[in-house]
Design a protein around this ligand. Structure first.
Ligand SMILES: Cc1cc2nc3c(=O)[nH]c(=O)nc-3n(C[C@H](O)[C@H](O)[C@H](O)COP(=O)(O)OP(=O)(O)OC[C@H]3O[C@@H](n4cnc5c(N)ncnc54)[C@H](O)[C@@H]3O)c2cc1C
Length: 492
């Protein structure tokens, strides 16, 4: 077995069904055919047990915050995968539930004919609960595989109070974990059995609509009952689109990333977060693409392993800064969600942050808004309203403004708990990259997670780091941004 054992977790203790017809890979969060440890593990098991591989990628109708925006993105990825798996004669069922609960019982029925089920480990959203419920009912063994990041999420068995502490852990363990990577396309192995799998009884019981072509996509998507009426965003889903974004980022922006990351008008970041969120691209692929292009070797690693932000990789400042976001900030969020089941509740904040927020929760407030007012950009602040419009319209928000967006929600909500609720609702409903461990990193950062106490103590914020729209105005060039997202009757 080539996959590090720390990435593998038994989800139940059922036996392998020796009479099963196939090895079932239930693709849940690593929605990709490339560089995916869970897919690789499923291929290895199928070969070892002498059965074909069946891949099932599902998309329910009523997942929390479901919308056409998310559906379209996932569907575009499915279309791409269908072609790849067809080409390699691997049986793939992309199932978009036509109406709520139409797919009830389908996974269990597939598992009844399987030797074992392999699935993705993902530490947030409704996924851990759904997999737990499924595993307790599955007639055969269910194994979860972690392909979330370069650091296996269970390698550290604790959480970290600051990015600095996690960075130090990464630096001390980089040779142990980061030099491994999943295979590019493990199903290309000549040893994999490629016989058709008999699934008549499944197709008799469940209608599995064929995926629509690009031309029929809109009609297909309009027939689904989402929880929220949100139009498609500004992104096309799938690995090819992610690779295109990665390429243009590497050539145009990476060298200046450390300087331009916070520039709202130039948008010098990678735009990869939705692709990472839906698993359309692997962080391994991004990492190796960058360092191989730079001819990097582990000899360049600094001997200093104390958690310093710059100079660790022995690369240029733009690349170092980007790797810090991708490997430290992103994976810190996965670590927190994996090791603290309370990651989305107020009580998961550090004690000092809870205390200072509660001490100031009845401070006088100049402005107090409700969820709907925030949602429809009805505050007094033009920068905030513009940022919220960008989020609603495109499904994304510039990183610097996202921090300001959150800080102002805290300032203008009746209580810090209300602010938390508003941030989670709006971020997860509209952002394509929402519902992710990093959603909770960003939102809880606003309230003091991974941060320290700041002085002087202020009204409402207490010791929590403060941000103001005026200083943002001075710091960022926002003329074009406000022209684009400022109040306009035609915007939703
Ligand atoms: C209130 C708030 C809410 C947020 N909600 C989300 C969310 O729902 N989903 C999400 O992925 N990120 C979220 N973030 C973090 C950050 O804003 C986005 O990851 C980033 O803006 C995505 O743009 P990009 O892909 O161009 O990033 P790049 O700058 O190109 O960075 C590359 C990757 O590194 C990771 N990354 C970058 N910045 C951060 C960060 N501050 N924290 C954690 N990981 C980071 C992301 O995976 C990102 O795709 C939030 C931040 C705040 C303050």
């Amino acid at each position: 077995m080539t996959i590090p054992s720390v990435r593998i977790k038994e989800f139940n203790d059922r036996p392998v069904n020796a009479k099963g017809d196939y090895l079932l890979y239930w693709m849940v969060s690593n929605r990709r055919a490339h560089y995916n440890y869970a897919l690789e593990y499923a291929v290895e098991e199928a070969i070892k047990r002498g059965v074909p591989l069946l891949i099932f990628e599902g998309l329910r109708t009523s997942y929390p915050w479901s919308s056409k925006r998310c559906h379209q993105f996932v569907l575009e990825g499915m279309l791409e995968q269908q072609k790849i798996f067809q080409k390699h004669k691997v049986q793939y069922i992309p199932y978009v539930e036509p109406q709520e609960n139409a797919g009830k019982g389908l996974m269990k029925a597939l598992a009844e004919k399987a030797m074992m089920v392999v699935t993705d480990i993902y530490p947030a959203y409704f996924i851990p609960k759904m997999q737990k419920a499924f595993s307790s009912k599955s007639p055969c063994r269910v194994i979860g595989v972690d392909s979330n990041g370069l650091m296996p999420i269970y390698a550290p068995d604790r959480t970290f109070a600051r990015a600095y502490d996690y960075r130090r852990f990464v630096q001390k363990n980089v040779e142990r974990f980061f030099l491994d990577r999943p295979k590019k396309q493990p199903y290309k192995s000549a040893k994999l059995i490629r016989e058709p799998i008999e699934l008549t009884s499944i197709y008799e019981r469940w209608t599995i609509p064929p995926l629509p072509g690009k031309d029929q996509m809109d009609g297909f998507l309009n027939n689904i009952n989402y929880l929220h009426e949100i139009p498609s965003g500004a992104y096309v889903g799938g690995r090819q689109a992610a690779l295109y974004k990665l390429r243009s980022f590497l050539t145009e922006h990476l060298p200046y990333y450390h300087e331009k990351r916070n520039d709202a008008e130039q948008e010098g970041t990678s735009f990869l977060s939705p692709y990472l969120h839906f698993g359309h691209i692997s962080p391994h692929e991004i990492f190796w693409d960058i360092i191989e292009e730079k001819g990097w070797s582990p000899h360049q690693l600094s001997a200093k392993r104390g958690g310093q932000r710059e100079g660790f990789w022995g690369l240029d400042p733009g690349t170092e800064a980007f790797l810090d976001q991708l490997l430290v900030w992103r994976e810190l969020g996965f670590n927190t969600c994996a090791n603290n089941p309370e990651f989305d509740s107020f009580s998961s904040l550090p004690q000092w942050a809870q205390q200072t927020l509660l001490d100031h929760s009845s401070d006088e407030k100049e402005y107090v808004y409700e969820l709907e007012e925030f949602e429809h950009s009805k505050t007094h602040d033009e920068i905030w309203n513009a940022a919220q419009r960008q989020l609603k319209q495109e499904g994304r928000m510039h990183n610097y403004l996202r921090m300001l967006w959150g800080k102002k929600i805290l300032e203008w909500s009746a209580s810090p708990m209300d602010a938390l609720h508003v941030m989670i609702e709006l971020n997860n409903k509209y952002a394509l990259d929402g519902r992710d461990p990093n959603s909770y990193s960003g939102i809880f950062w606003v309230l003091g997670r991974y941060d320290r106490a700041w002085g002087p103590e202020r009204p409402i914020f207490g010791k929590i780091r403060y941000m103001s729209s005026d200083s943002t105005k001075r710091k960022l060039k926002l003329k074009n941004y406000l022209a684009k997202y400022g109040e306009q009757p035609s915007l939703i």
